[in-house]
Design a protein around this ligand. Sequence first.
Ligand SMILES: Nc1nc2c(c(=O)[nH]1)N[C@H]1C(S)=C(S)[C@@H](COP(=O)(O)OP(=O)(O)OC[C@H]3O[C@@H](n4cnc5c(=O)[nH]c(N)nc54)[C@H](O)[C@@H]3O)O[C@H]1N2
Ligand SMILES: Nc1nc2c(c(=O)[nH]1)N[C@H]1C(S)=C(S)[C@@H](COP(=O)(O)OP(=O)(O)OC[C@H]3O[C@@H](n4cnc5c(=O)[nH]c(N)nc54)[C@H](O)[C@@H]3O)O[C@H]1N2
Ligand SMILES: [Mo]
Length: 755
Amino acid sequence: MADDTPRYKPYDRPAGGWGAAAATAKVLLEQSVVTKGSRALLAMNQPGGFKCPSCAFPDADCKKTLEFCENGAKALAHEATKFRVTREFFAEHSVTALMEKSDYWLEMQGRLTEPMRYDPASDRYVPCPWDEAFALIGEHLRALDSPHEAEFYTSGRTPNEAAFLYSIFVRQFGTNNFPDCSNMCHEPTSRGLPPSIGVGKGTVVLEDFEHAEAIFIIGQNTGTNSPRMMTNLVEARKRGIPIVAINPMPERALIKFTEPQDVVQMATFGSTPIASEFVHVRIGGDLAILKGMMKVMFEREAQGEPVLDHAFIAEHTSGLEAVRDEVMALDWADIVAHSGVEEAQIRRCAEIYIRSKATIICYGMGLTQHQLGSQLVQQVANILLLKGNFGRPGAGISPIRGHSNVQGDRTVGINERPSQAYLDRVRDVFGFEPPREHGHHTVESVEAMLKGTAKVFIGMGGNFVRAVPDTDLAYSAMRGLALTVGIATKLNRGHLVHGRDALILPVIARSERIETAAGEQFVTIEDSMSNVTASRGVLEPASEHLKSEVEIVCRIAMATLPDSRIPWESYIHDYGLIRDRIADVYPEIYADFPARIRDPKGFHLDIPPRRLVWPTPNGKANFLLLPGLEVDARVDDPAMLRLATVRSHDQFNTTIYSYSDRYRGVYNDRMILFMNADDRIARGLEKGATVALETISTNGVRRRVDALTIIDYPMPRGAVAGYYPELNPLLPLDHYDRMSGTPAAKSIPVRVVPA
Ligand SMILES: Nc1nc2c(c(=O)[nH]1)N[C@H]1C(S)=C(S)[C@@H](COP(=O)(O)OP(=O)(O)OC[C@H]3O[C@@H](n4cnc5c(=O)[nH]c(N)nc54)[C@H](O)[C@@H]3O)O[C@H]1N2
Ligand SMILES: Nc1nc2c(c(=O)[nH]1)N[C@H]1C(S)=C(S)[C@@H](COP(=O)(O)OP(=O)(O)OC[C@H]3O[C@@H](n4cnc5c(=O)[nH]c(N)nc54)[C@H](O)[C@@H]3O)O[C@H]1N2
Ligand SMILES: [Mo]
C-alpha cells in the first residue's frame, strides 16, 4: 500500500538521474500505459511524431533517439491514460458532489469522452450531441447585446491552426476579448521587449547555448519546468562556462544534476554541479541585482577601464545616459538591502558578465510575475545591450516560456491588443472589417464578469478559474455567466464552476491522430525559441466522439455566423488551407509556410534583433529607465512577508500529478509554507507549526488560506513560498503589472496568523 503520510526530508542528491528514471516508470504504471506510453514516448519530439505537450523549450537535434524528460513523460502519461470520464461517471456524480473532490482526484478520473451539457434539474452533466452543443453556443452568442459581452480564453496547448482560426472567428464575431494564459505568464516579455528591442520574443536559439561564455538563469526552475534545458546547462558546465542562478529558492537541479541520458553518469551515480554562482535573492530583489551589476560596469568605465561595447552602443542604441545616471546615483547600501545579496557577490556576478564575450540571460516567472514585471524584463535587455549581447552567437535574451504553444498562439493572433496593421491584413485576407478597439486581457475579463458586462465564457483549453487570481471572486464571476464552455481533454474545476448553461467539449489531444475526410492531418507548434515544427499524433483518440480543436472552432463559427463567407467547412478537413491563410496574414514571417513546414526540422521565424535590426519607432534598441529598486508596491507593515506562489515538481499548472515535490523534500502534502527558520522563530512559532496566511490588504478585503504547515527552508529572510493554485485565494485581482496585465503571483504581501 502506498504510504501517503506527509513527510519533509531535505533532498540532498543531484536532481535528474535515477530518481527521474524511477518517476517516469511510476507515472506510466499509475496511468496503466506502460506499453502504449513507452511507444508514444519514442515518437515524442521526433520527425514525423508529435511535440511534447508539456513545456515550450525546443527539442535538440532529431538525431537523439530519446528526446524527452521526466515531466514530459508525466504529461504524456496523463494524456494517454487508460482512465475515462464517461456519461456513467457524470450520472453517478452530481456537480455539487464533484466540487467536494480535489483537483488531483478530478485529474485522475482520466480523459473526457463525449460532449456534455449541464442539467440544472439533476445538477449533473448529461450527454449532449455535438450539433446541439454548437447550436447552443451559436444561440447564446447571437443573443448578446454586444459581441464584447463574450470572453474567448485560450490556454497555450492549442496548436497554431486552431488558435489562428479562433482569432479570426472571434474578430468576425466582433470583439478582441482574448484573455489568454500568456496574460498570467510571459506577457511582460511580449509587452516589455517591443519598446526595448522591437520584438516581444526571445532572441536566443538552441545553438547559442553551445557558444555562450556565461549563462544567467533568473527566477526559473529549470529542472522542473523545462527539464530538457538541463541538457544544455550540463553541456555548458562541462565546457567550463559559468552559470549564475538567481533565485530565492535553492532549486535542486540548479545546484547539481545527473543527466538521465548520460549513460556513464547514470551508471557511476555521477553528477554535474550546475550553478557556479548561486545568488540567494530576496523576492523582488532582481532589479537591485541587475542595477548593482550595471553599477559595477559604469564604475569601471568611470575609472577609465572600457568594459562596455562602445561600438555597439553607438551604432545600435539610444538612451544610455539616463540609465547610467540613474544607476550611478544608487547607493550600494540600498542595493544590498533590496536584493538581500552581499555587494561582493554582486561584484562577482558583474565580473562574470564583464569577462564573457557572449552571454545568455534566461528568465521565468520569478522575474515576470511582479507588479513592474514588464519593466523588469526591460532591465534585462538594458544589461545585455551594455555589452552588445545581441546579434552574435552565444548571446541574447531568453524568456523560458510555459505552455508548449503559448508563444505560437500569440504569434497567430491571440492578442487582446492587436496592431492596426495586423487588423488591416485580416480585413484584406478575409474580407470583413475586424473590431478596432482593444479587448480584455485575463484580469479585465474577470472584472467584466464581476460587473455583469460579460455573459459568455469560452475556454479553449486551460482551467481558467484555478489559474486566475482571487479564487473566490473568480468563482462568483464565473457563476454569474449565462454560458460557460470548456473545450478540454480532462475534467477540471473550471467545468464545475460554471454558468447557467454549461458545456464540456472533449478534444483530441496532442499525442493523438487527427483523421479527416481529406486524410491524416498534422498541426504546428512554435516553441520558446521561435522554431515552428509539425506535430503528428500517433495514438488512437481516447474516444471515438472526440473532435479536434480546429473542427470545434469551425463548427462554433458556422453555428454563430451562418452568413460568414469564410470557408469554415473546408478548414475542418484540410489544415493545409489554414496554413495558406496564416502565410497570407503574416507574409514577413510565415511566407511559404506550407512548403517550409515539410522540413522535418521545421523552420525559424525571423527575429530581427538577431540580424541587428530593431523594429522600434526610432529604429534603435532602447535603454529604458525604471527608477529605483522596487518592482512591487511598498507595504509598510513590519509583519509583512512576500509570498511567491510556485509549481511543485509534480504538477503541470493546475494539473496535480501527485502531492509530492521531491527536489524540495516534500512528500504527500501541498499545503506548505516554505519559510526561513529565523522568520518562524521571530513569530514565536514551533517547528512544523500549522498557520493561516492572510493577504495584507489596503481596502479591507479579507483573503485567507488556512491549515498551512511551515517547513524550515533556506528562504531569504522576509520571503515565503507555497504552491499555486492552492494559494491563489490570497492573490488580489488588482495586484498586477499594468503594462502587461500579468498578476504579480510571486510577490503577494502576506502575514502569518497562528492557527
Ligand atoms: N513540469 C512542469 N513544467 C512546466 C509547468 C508546470 O507546471 N510543470 N508550467 C509551464 C508554464 S505555463 C510555465 S509559465 C513555466 C513556469 O516555469 P517557472 O518560470 O520555472 O515557474 P515557477 O515554478 O512558478 O517559478 C519559477 C521560480 O521563480 C522563483 N522566484 C520566485 N520569486 C522570485 C523572485 O522574486 N526573483 C527570482 N529571481 N526568482 C523568484 C521560484 O523560487 C521558482 O524557482 O513552466 C512550464 N513548464
Ligand atoms: N498564483 C499563481 N497563479 C498562476 C501562476 C503562478 O505561477 N502562480 N502561473 C500562471 C501561468 S504561468 C499560467 S500559463 C496559467 C495556466 O493556466 P491554464 O493554461 O488555464 O491552466 P492549465 O492548468 O495549464 O490547464 C489545464 C487544462 O487544460 C486542458 N488541456 C490539456 N491539454 C489540452 C489540449 O491539448 N487541448 C485543450 N483544448 N485542452 C487541453 C485540460 O482539460 C486541463 O485540465 O496559470 C497562471 N496562474
Ligand atoms: Mo505559463
